[in-house]
Design a protein around this ligand. Structure first.
Ligand SMILES: Nc1ncnc2c1ncn2[C@@H]1O[C@H](COP(=O)(O)OP(=O)(O)O)[C@@H](O)[C@H]1O
Ligand SMILES: Cc1ncc(COP(=O)(O)O)c(N)n1
Length: 269
């Protein structure tokens, strides 16, 4: 069984964060583990409060996982403060995991901030260079690059700028654009657009968490980067097609194993 670690925030309402990550891992047939960086009191409508776990406790959780179980991939989501980022980057430099996917989470779907403004700099200098793939949405890519993104060619320019930070590849997600949902993957040599029809739903809570976790799961199963991104795009599209009208705001994606039966492969080692 392949093993994947999520380092992220907890969404008590179950649609995003660690909870979405673990559901994605299970649906894709990998063993999920979690290091909780922040506890977020949130639901489909709003964020009520955030309590960050101490950097010492983040370090201890990482030690607990890595001294016993070597993950085949690591997904990083919400890291709210520079101190959280410091704890995570320090330990990842020690443990050197393979297949690191970084979703630079900055705000919830309802616009509530999940990352402090002073964290942008350490995100770019300490976290992004650890990544095999970084997966910003359009507003996140704008903050990371200081440019506005209105078109696919703007997405390409932003991807080039993000690559200069030292990551191995980048996918700029097009969920926040108009028209088809086009994500642009760039490996430093070539651009690959992944296109899906836009699904007309308000229930998109957890789409980014689902997508980045699906990439991590596929990388853990030894897929090439481009194939992992392609499979993750298919997975997240299906999870949005079957998203749930739970809660009063943006409902969550759905991770239902039967939907993927036939596509899921288990690895016995
Ligand atoms: N309404 C939609 N229809 C189809 N795909 C979508 C839709 N909204 C988002 N996606 C896809 O979901 C994934 C997550 O994208 P996005 O919502 O931009 O990320 P985030 O959750 O970080 O804001 C991307 O693959 C994006 O193209
Ligand atoms: C703890 C936590 N992490 C991440 C998100 C963003 O979710 P999305 O996948 O919708 O961008 C969230 N709302 N809560």
């Amino acid at each position: 069984m392949k093993k994947v670690l999520s380092i992220a925030g907890s969404d008590c309402s179950g649609g995003a964060g660690i909870q979405a990550d673990l559901k994605t891992f299970s649906a894709l047939g990998v063993f999920g583990m979690s290091v909780i960086v922040s506890v977020v009191a949130e639901n489909t409508c709003r964020v009520l409060a955030i309590e960050d776990i101490s950097p010492a406790m983040i370090r201890r959780q990482l030690d607990a996982v890595f001294e016993d179980i070597t993950p085949d991939a690591v997904k990083i989501g919400m890291l709210s403060t520079p101190a959280c980022m410091q704890a995570v980057s320090e330990k990842l430099l020690v443990y050197q995991p393979k297949n690191v996917v970084i979703d630079p989470v900055m705000t919830a779907k309802n616009g509530c901030p999940l990352m402090n403004a002073e964290s942008v700099k350490p995100l770019l200098t300490e976290i992004v260079p650890l990544a095999d793939v970084v997966t910003p949405n359009i507003p996140e890519a704008e903050i990371m690059t200081g440019m506005k993104i209105h078109s696919l060619s703007d997405m390409a320019e932003a991807a080039k700028r993000i690559m200069t930070l030292g990551c191995r590849s980048v996918v700029i997600k097009g969920g926040h654009a108009n028209g088809d949902a086009v994500d642009l993957f760039y490996d430093g040599k070539q651009f690959y657009p992944f296109k899906a029809k836009r699904i007309n739903t308000k229930n998109t809570h957890g789409t980014g968490c689902t997508f980045s976790s699906a990439i991590a799961a596929q990388l853990a199963k030894d897929k090439e980067l481009i194939d992992a991104v392609s499979d993750a795009k298919a997975y997240v599209t299906t999870a949005i097609e079957h998203s749930l009208n739970i809660g009063k705001g943006n409902g969550p994606t759905h991770h239902f194993y039967d939907l993927y039966r036939g596509k899921v492969t288990y690895d016995e080692d």
